[in-house]
Every structure is written in structure tokens, then in C-alpha cells.
Design a binder for this molecule. Structure first.
Ligand code: HEM
Length: 208
């Protein structure tokens, strides 16, 4: 397999933060509200991994190095894994395993509803990230995986609701996300232009 060491390195680096946070929780190093710290760290980790995953295609286009694309799926799955742990942490430490509280949050709290929508989107991408789904869904697979940009917007909105008073950190992620979205849009626009969709009457079939 190509880029084997690079893939293993990425795997190891991505697995360190949750293990470190678990260690801190076991040895009481997370302060007076360890559950909340874990939930926040895992949520932020999921968002950062989403941004890193989205940066892989522009990096490949800039550097022409295939290693970025070789780890893109793995990074997307890591983002999902962090989001699963984030959700479990919420159910366990914030809702205290009370199902009625989770259901109430899901129907009343807009930031939880938005987080849940982002999570469902990530779930759809994770379960269809295998070769079988790519083959089975054909062109629909690409359309489905473009959902990732909507998921990014939902995740940013979810975070904005949580950090309302402290916008500094949120702005950094929002600007990076906005830049990645713009790069994607300009790549789509130039592909359409190349194929003549924007300026010609009979466009060729195109792959974006
Ligand atoms: C059903 C799904 C989800 C639930 C129930 C949920 C719940 C929560 C809760 C309770 C908090 C902490 C609120 C506080 O500190 O008071 C939070 C924060 C956060 N969540 Fe989620 N979340 C979900 C999905 C997601 C997803 C899919 C992402 C990202 C991809 C995400 C990213 C974040 C971020 C970035 C924060 C802020 C962390 C910080 O304060 O540094 N969440 N979420």
C-alpha cells in the first residue's frame, strides 16, 4: 500500500488526544467539571478534524503530492469518531444518561438540534465512505459527499451558539472554513467554465 508509514503516522497522531484526555480524566487533571471539558474538547476535535479533512484536496492541488488524498478518508472517519465520543460524553456527563432530558434538549434547544443535524450528516458520510458504497451509489456518491460543506456550516453554527460571548476562537475556525468553502466554489466554477457550462450553449459532460 502506498504512503503506508504516512497513513500509520496520521492514525497515531489522531488517536493521541482522546487517549490523553482519558488519562487526564482518570487522574483528575481536568478541573472541577471534567465531563464538560471532555465534551468540549471532543467537539472541538471533531470540528478541527473536519477542517483538516476538507483541506486535503486543496493541499493536493497546490503541492501535487498524493499523500494528502491518501489520508483524507481516514481523517474524515476520525472526525466522525470524535463526534461519536462527543455525543456519548454529552449523553453520559451532561444529560446524566436521562433519555427524557436528551429528548427534551433535542426538541427544545436549537444548538443541540443543529449539532444533531451535523452528526446525522457525518453518520451518512461515514457509512458510505467504503468502496462498496462508492461503486453502488455511482454519481450520487459525489452529490452525497458534497453534504460535507453543509455539515461544516452546521458545526460552526452549533459552536457559535455554545461560545456566544467568546467569539475570538470561533472566528478563527469560521475563517478557515470560509476559505476552504471559497476554494471549493472557485474550483467548481473553473471546472464548469472549462466544460463550457457557463459560457457555451451545449456543455460537455463534466466531472467535478
Ligand atoms: C447530537 C449531536 C451533538 C450534541 C448532542 C452536541 C452537544 C454539545 C454540547 C452539550 C456541547 C457543550 C456545551 C457547553 O460547553 O456547555 C457542545 C459543544 C461543541 N460541539 Fe457539539 N454536539 C453534537 C454534535 C456536534 C458535532 C457533529 C460537532 C462537530 C463536527 C460538534 C462540535 C462542537 C463544538 C466545536 C463545541 C464547542 C466546544 C468548545 O466550547 O470549545 N458537536 N456540543
Amino acid at each position: 500500500m502506498r504512503y503506508r508509514l504516512w497513513r500509520i503516522g496520521v492514525f497515531l497522531v489522531a488517536s493521541v488526544p482522546p487517549l490523553y484526555w482519558l488519562y487526564c480524566a482518570v487522574f483528575n487533571l481536568l478541573g472541577p467539571d471534567p465531563g464538560k471539558v471532555l465534551v468540549d474538547n471532543l467537539g472541538l476535535g471533531a470540528l478541527i478534524l473536519l477542517l483538516i479533512t476538507l483541506a486535503m484536496t486543496p493541499l493536493q492541488q497546490l503541492t501535487r503530492w498524493g499523500g494528502w488524498i491518501a489520508v483524507r478518508r481516514q481523517l474524515g472517519l476520525w472526525c466522525f469518531a470524535y463526534a461519536v465520543l462527543h455525543l456519548l460524553g454529552y449523553v453520559l456527563f451532561i444529560a446524566g444518561l436521562r433519555l427524557e432530558l436528551v429528548l427534551r434538549d433535542l426538541s427544545e434547544r436549537p444548538y443541540i438540534i443543529v449539532g444533531a443535524l451535523a452528526f446525522v450528516g457525518l453518520l451518512a458520510l461515514a457509512v458510505t465512505s467504503n468502496r462498496f458504497s462508492i461503486r453502488k451509489l455511482g454519481r450520487k456518491w459525489k452529490a452525497l459527499h458534497r453534504l460535507v460543506y453543509a455539515i461544516l456550516l452546521l458545526a460552526l453554527l452549533h459552536m457559535l451558539w455554545v461560545v456566544r460571548a467568546d467569539l475570538g476562537e470561533w472566528l478563527v475556525y469560521a475563517l478557515i472554513g470560509g476559505a476552504l468553502l471559497l476554494m471549493r466554489l472557485s474550483a467548481v466554477a473553473s471546472a464548469l467554465q472549462r466544460a463550457g457550462v457557463l459560457f457555451r450553449e451545449n456543455p460537455k459532460k463534466i466531472e467535478i
